[in-house]
Design a protein around this ligand. Structure first.
Ligand code: 5GP
Ligand code: MG
Ligand code: MG
Length: 188
C-alpha cells in the first residue's frame, strides 16, 4: 500500500466492507438487474455524488442497454447526519416518460432522499416502471418508509465513508467502506 493511501486510512477506524466483498456483491446485484430487465432498455437516475462509484461499477456489469441520467442531491451538507432537508433541482432535468427507470443511491438512511425522489419521479415523469437500488441500507427507523428493490448490504446505524461516500468531500476514492476515527478527521 502506498504511503498516501496509508495516510488516508489512518483516519478510518474500522473497515466495514473491503474491496472484495463490495465487488462480489455488486456483481450479484448486476446479475439480478440484468435478469429482471432482460430485453429492455434501462433508464438509470443516479443520485450524485455518493452513488458515483457504485453506479460506475454496477452499470458496467449490468451489460444491458442503459440510458444514464445523474442528479445532484444533498441532505448532509458536510456533517455526519441528515439535516432533514433534501436539496435538488426544482425541475427534474430528464425525460422518463414511457421508460423503465432504475433509481440508484449509495445509501438509505432516513429515507427522505429516496422517498422524495420516488414521489417526484412518479408524480412528474410518468415512467412505465420504477425500481430502486442502493448499495447500503442502514438499520434504523426511517423518517420515511421507502420500498427498495435491490439492497447490497444492511449495515448498522453508523456514519460510513469510502466507495463514493464522503465526509466533507474527502474519502470518496477509498476502495473500501469504513467508519471514521473521530480523533483524526480532516480539518477542512
Ligand atoms: P437519507 O435521505 O436516506 O437520510 O440519506 C441519504 C443520503 O445521505 C445518501 O444519499 C448519502 O448521500 C447521505 N448519507 C446517509 N448516510 C450516510 C453515511 O453514513 N455516510 C455518508 N458519507 N453519507 C451518508
Ligand atoms: Mg447522497
Ligand atoms: Mg455526502
Amino acid at each position: 500500500m502506498s504511503a498516501s493511501v496509508a495516510g488516508v486510512l489512518s483516519s478510518v477506524e474500522r473497515i466495514l466492507l473491503d474491496e472484495v466483498a463490495i465487488r462480489q456483491r455488486v456483481v450479484e446485484m448486476a446479475g439480478r438487474i440484468r435478469n429482471d430487465f432482460a430485453g429492455r432498455e434501462l433508464t438509470v437516475v443516479a443520485l450524485m455524488d455518493g452513488a458515483l462509484f457504485f453506479v460506475a461499477d454496477l452499470l458496467r456489469d449490468v451489460t444491458l442497454p442503459v440510458k444514464l441520467h445523474t442528479l445532484s442531491v444533498s441532505s448532509y451538507h458536510g456533517g455526519t447526519s441528515s439535516t432533514g432537508r433534501v436539496e435538488m433541482a426544482r425541475t427534474l432535468p430528464f425525460d422518463l416518460r414511457g421508460r423503465d427507470v432504475l433509481l440508484i443511491d449509495d445509501i438509505l438512511d432516513t429515507g427522505l432522499t429516496l422517498g422524495t425522489m420516488q414521489e417526484r419521479i412518479l408524480a412528474e415523469c410518468q415512467p412505465v416502471s420504477l425500481r430502486t437500488a442502493v448499495l447500503l441500507s442502514k438499520q434504523r427507523p426511517r423518517e420515511r418508509e421507502v420500498a427498495v428493490d435491490y439492497i447490497g448490504f444492511e449495515i448498522a446505524d453508523e456514519f460510513v465513508v469510502g466507495y463514493g461516500m464522503d465526509y466533507q468531500g474527502h474519502y470518496r476514492n477509498l476502495p473500501c467502506i469504513g467508519i471514521l476515527n473521530p480523533a483524526n478527521l480532516p480539518v477542512s
